[in-house]
Design a binder for this molecule. Structure first.
Ligand SMILES: NC(=O)c1ccc[n+]([C@@H]2O[C@H](COP(=O)([O-])OP(=O)(O)OC[C@H]3O[C@@H](n4cnc5c(N)ncnc54)[C@H](OP(=O)(O)O)[C@@H]3O)[C@@H](O)[C@H]2O)c1
Length: 292
């Protein structure tokens, strides 16, 4: 019998791609939503309500989840892990964020401690650590880099000739959310996928802000200049992002502007192995959006 899969966060950039990719498999899928009826085959629930998570996981063998930019992110993630444990879930898949894959228990604890001191990624990495330690659920952690789809927050500005995302000039790896969805669907439905961490990265090791602008210029056939002003971007996003998410993004961009965050060839290869094809290039993504 097909496994029953629960997807949490299915209305978001990543979750909607996981649902799309699962539709191509025989899996029976259920989506947990905060607002009843907003997705097909959905159940109402909230990460902050453990009873709703337990009810949503009744009969479920596999669970995919993301955690939101929320002051209680760590607790919200732990609620999922506990509910999944109680429900006897056999595979737990968590989409975290891109970083070096640290596998030993001690290394992981040290890494999470250090990252919590130096960055705002502490809560997410703490959830990731708990997922990885939940060995009975054959856990898979996807570690995606900066989403190509972030560009869809400011398509109007791009079409008007300005690329506003302040990625800086050092270079950062970027990935297509469709690849994250395909990778998650495989991890959820293919028992041959080993537990562990998987970098979800694009094929170009690193893209700079000006390089992204140049790709848009090429595809649109018009001038697109890189703005790069962090505070101008922050003001632009005032009514396009939740306050906490906008704040976290600003902190992330400050890191990108100081240091290069490039994917290593072995990480790109590991991602391609999980996808069973190369990850989509940034230019291919931009072409798809431009055509749409
Ligand atoms: N953007 C990037 O470049 C990037 C890169 C690496 C990692 N990430 C991480 O990837 C993860 C997913 O990002 P995303 O862009 O897909 O997020 P998103 O578009 O904001 O979607 C978040 C989803 O979580 C749901 N949600 C939020 N709070 C909830 C709660 N209390 N109970 C139940 N559901 C809740 C939302 O439901 P509603 O539809 O009801 O709001 C939405 O479906 C995040 O943890 C993010 O930090 C992002």
């Amino acid at each position: 019998m097909s496994p029953e899969v629960l997807v949490i966060g299915g209305r978001g950039r990543v979750g909607r791609e996981v649902l799309r990719a699962l539709q191509l498999t025989p899996a029976k899928v259920r989506a947990l939503v905060r607002t009843p009826g907003t997705l097909p085959h959905s159940v109402a629930g909230d990460l902050g309500d453990p009873a709703s998570l337990r009810a949503a996981m009744d009969g479920v063998e596999r669970v995919f989840f993301v955690t939101p930019h929320d002051p209680a992110e760590q607790q919200l993630g732990k609620n999922v892990i506990e509910a999944a444990h109680d429900a006897g879930v056999k595979r737990l898949v968590f989409a975290s964020a891109y970083h070096a894959d640290v596998t030993s228990r001690l290394g992981l604890s040290l890494f999470v401690g250090l990252m919590s001191l130096l960055t705002h990624y502490g809560p997410k990495l703490s959830v990731e650590r708990h997922v990885r330690l939940a060995k009975a659920m054959s856990p898979v952690v996807l570690m995606p880099s900066n989403f190509y789809q972030n560009d869809e927050l400011f398509l109007g500005e791009i079409r008007a000739g300005v690329y506003p995302q302040p990625l800086g000039t050092k270079g950062v790896n970027r990935v297509d959310c469709r690849d994250i969805g395909d990778a998650a669907a495989r991890a959820l439905t293919d028992g041959s996928v080993d537990a562990g961490g998987y970098p979800l990265v694009g094929p170009e090791p690193a893209l700079t802000g000006p390089a992204c602008a140049a790709v848009w210029a090429k595809v649109l056939g018009r001038e697109v200049v890189y703005d790069g002003d962090l505070e101008r971007w922050y003001a632009l996003m005032a009514d396009r992002m939740h306050a906490r998410e906008r704040e976290d993004f600003r902190k992330t961009y400050k890191i990108f502007r100081r240091m290069r965050v490039a994917a290593k060839p072995a990480e790109i290869e590991k991602c391609a192995t999980l996808l069973r094809r190369p990850p989509h290039s940034y230019e291919a993504y931009v072409e798809t959006v431009a055509k749409a």
